[in-house]
Design a protein around this ligand. Structure first.
Ligand SMILES: [Zn+2]
Length: 437
């Protein structure tokens, strides 16, 4: 494979040299140097068969490239000595298995060419993604098919101690940041990853994915995790709750969900005086569209307003329109905001738990009556909380719970046995006591 790639590079170099002959000294040209080096390598690497896409690559001149802007299937073949009528025939015949118009810029393709003087292409292989490839054969008969590269999963264990943040800890050990993202997803509702403590520690059992045995294709999934945050242990085990639809979720060692639902409302309200409505028209404003990006809960002045989910207060402030208001970030996806408070109870940076009082109903700012205007943000955009598929905090069913507890037994033993880096191997509980974080 390398050999052929090198040969191709060699050909390019020769061409380049021919063009630039007389302008550049060959000896000073680094490409020439490479060319000579490759020529030597080429002689040595004659031996083992290299199989890819079901072909023995040694039987062909292998030309690899990626689809460039302006490229088409026809153009690629044409520039590789395939005649127009042949291209048309290939496209028509292979049509049912491969739509040539679907090739996308940036995707790799490979041409397997005959080892003759014309280097006539025999097969075109297109890779729409890392795992799949489409083979279009047009040597004797024309046919096309899609295949997958064999995939291997390798289970791995890792433990780390937080010094500044989880990404740094993983980076120091040369691990993918994806692991950090996956961990923060799992713990999105239980641990604030922006406020980890130095000395917080974690273990994780995950699977790496390899294509063709050798190409690392990233972390596939986390099987189990253990996080010790502020001396508190948090276990997470992945479990398939709905095999039919392939739905999995994470639960702790007692089969409790790691997710938290939002409360339906931030106050005990009398009525919803105005719903989220992007097309609201108000007579007062000449019947023009004045979107209402909140839900108004009418309540008496002084009624306590509570945080609908745990999180960190990012704003506790006053503006002419909002009046006294508080904004809370719950995790990297969700934020909530509470407007027109009589008085605020929390400060910016403060951590609040679901149900904690954050202020009291008032009519500060631009409002005609006492209410809380509750605003719900998802990925930085205001949405209607009543129309969201919010994370369910529903407990696992009794039937599944038994299965789950049985399933995690060996996995818990496995993760408990993963030693913390640089720490003598105890059980996590003992660490808590002896380390005294
Ligand atoms: Zn409102």
């Amino acid at each position: 494979m390398d050999q052929t790639r090198m040969r191709r590079l060699g050909q390019k170099c020769t061409l380049l040299l021919a063009v630039t002959l007389g302008f550049i000294s060959c000896k000073s040209d680094p490409e020439k140097q490479t060319n000579e080096d490759l020529a030597v390598v080429e002689k040595e690497v004659l031996v083992p068969d290299v199989y890819e896409f079901g072909f023995n690559l040694n039987d062909y001149i292998v030309k690899r490239d990626t689809v460039k802007a302006g490229d088409s299937f026809g153009k690629i073949l044409e520039s590789n000595n395939v005649g127009f009528s042949k291209i048309y025939e290939i496209a028509e015949t292979a049509r049912d298995s491969f739509d040539i118009r679907k090739i996308q810029i940036g995707k790799p393709y490979t041409l397997l060419c005959a080892k003759d003087s014309l280097e006539t292409p025999r097969s075109f292989i297109y890779q729409p993604n890392k795992e799949e490839y489409v083979v279009v054969n047009f040597h004797d008969s024309i046919h096309a098919f899609t295949s997958r590269k064999p995939i291997k999963y390798v289970e791995k264990e890792y433990s780390g101690v937080i010094n500044s943040n989880i990404s740094q800890t993983l980076a120091d050990d040369g691990l993918s940041l994806i692991l950090a993202y996956k961990m923060s997803d799992i713990y999105a509702w239980t641990i604030d990853f922006t406020r980890l403590q130095k000395g917080d520690r974690f273990k994780v059992i995950y699977t790496d994915k390899y294509i063709d045995d050798t190409i690392y294709a990233g972390i596939d999934k986390i099987k189990a995790a253990y996080f010790q945050h502020n001396t508190e242990p948090f276990y997470a085990f992945e479990f398939e709750t709905d095999p039919v639809n392939g739905i999995t979720d994470f639960y702790n060692e007692e089969a409790k969900t790691l997710r938290r639902a939002f409360l339906k409302a931030p106050v005990e309200y009398k009525r919803i005086s105005s719903r989220f409505n992007l097309n609201r028209r108000i007579a007062l404003y000449g019947n023009r569209v004045r979107p209402h990006k909140g839900t108004d809960f009418a309540a008496n002045i002084g009624t306590p307003i509570v945080a609908t989910a745990s999180g960190r207060v990012t704003k506790s402030s006053y503006t002419g329109g909002n009046g006294n208001y508080v904004k809370i970030r719950h995790n990297k996806i969700y934020e909530t905001q509470y407007l027109h408070m009589q008085k605020r109870k929390v400060k910016e940076g403060e951590y609040v738990k679901q149900g904690d009082v954050i202020g009291w109903v008032g009519m500060t700012g631009n409002t005609s009556g006492p209410h809380v205007c509750y605003r719900f943000w998802k990925n930085g955009v205001q949405v209607d909380p009543f129309k969201q598929k919010l994370p369910a905090a529903e407990p696992i069913s009794e039937n599944l719970k038994v299965k789950y507890l049985e399933y995690i037994k060996p996995i818990k033993i496995q993760i408990d046995a993963v030693p913390f880096k640089g720490v003598p191997q105890h059980k996590p509980e003992q660490n808590l006591i002896t380390q005294g974080y």
